[in-house]
Design a protein around this ligand. Structure first.
Ligand SMILES: [Zn+2]
Length: 300
């Protein structure tokens, strides 16, 4: 994204370094393949895919909006990020993996069907949901987004889709300005739980327990997807919430309990934001340990 941009390669390096620890040795590790065009076309029209190809610079950077830039390698990374979503759904739906965490950049939840936005080009979590339906016959998919920013692109894509539940906790008022409680979608399958700036893990836990988890449970999904942004961490330079890494671990455990009861434990989690690299790495550790079913302090 260019020098000084928060969405930078060090984010993934820190995550990968954190996951080198011995307690993660039992994980299955796969490289994200390039998505098939068909997988992206379930979410984004070909005209948009072509427009992005045309916008890609041969050298230097091309700005698509004030904070969303492309370098010559951005599109390849974006195709692989979406491909990681598809591959993770395949691994989990086939039973080869119990669940999956997809550590990829660029993130996806601000991207609409027709537009890039907020560091995002392809809506990876929407690609995952549509692939689960098309390739594995899921009838209901629940998406839970705990990034500090509202997943406006995901909400827009599934606004009128009764087969997909979209639930989000996020700081509000804040970028991108959407995510009010009154935004519930055509079929009441959109659930927003906005949090005021300065909210701690307690408020986050309450929002999940009161507004989101019961809806996920009642929806009886065949698969749970997580838009796992870690920029609600208290050390994040972009977000204004005060979560700690253990809060992400706890939220993950609550979702695992529902997944175990409702859908054979099937969860695919996609990285979204998180811009303090140390806090990001520790938060991912807590999240992945929870996905592995390991309890206790994530950072001892
Ligand atoms: Zn974010």
């Amino acid at each position: 994204m260019g020098p000084g941009h928060p969405e930078r390669p060090e984010r993934l390096r820190a995550i990968m370094q954190g996951l080198e620890q011995a307690r993660f040795a039992s994980l299955i590790r796969l490289s994200a393949p390039r998505a098939e065009p068909e997988a992206l076309q379930r979410v984004h029209p070909q005209s948009y895919l072509s427009a992005l190809e045309r916008a890609a610079p041969r050298e230097g950077y091309a700005a698509l909006d004030a904070d969303t830039l492309m370098c010559p390698k951005t599109l390849e990374a974006a195709w692989r990020a979406a491909g990681g979503a598809v591959a993770a759904v395949d691994e989990v739906m086939s039973g080869r993996a119990d669940n999956a965490f997809v550590a990829v950049r660029p993130p996806g939840h601000h991207a609409g069907a027709h537009n890039p936005m907020g560091f995002c080009f392809f809506n990876n979590i929407a690609v995952a949901a549509r692939h689960a339906e098309a390739a594995h016959g899921t009838e209901r998919v629940a998406i839970v987004d705990f990034d500090v920013h509202h997943g406006n692109g995901t909400q827009e894509i599934f606004w009128a889709d009764e087969t997909t539940l979209f639930c989000s906790t996020h700081q509000a008022p804040f970028y991108p300005g959407t995510g009010g409680r009154n935004e519930t979608g055509v079929h009441d399958t959109i659930v927003n739980a906005p949090l005021l700036a300065g909210s701690t893990g307690e408020a986050f836990k309450e929002a999940l327990a009161d507004r989101i988890l019961p809806r996920v449970r009642d929806f009886a999904p065949d698969l749970i997807l997580i838009s796992a942004g870690f920029d609600a961490h208290e050390r994040d330079p972009l977000g204004g919430l005060r979560l700690r890494e253990a809060d992400f671990g706890d939220a993950t455990k609550r979702l695992m309990e529902i997944a175990d009861r409702r859908c054979g434990g099937r969860i695919v989690s996609m990285l979204e934001g998180g811009y303090d690299v140390d806090a990001l790495s520790r938060s991912v550790n807590a999240h992945v340990l929870a996905l592995m079913g390991v309890s206790g302090d994530a950072n001892t």
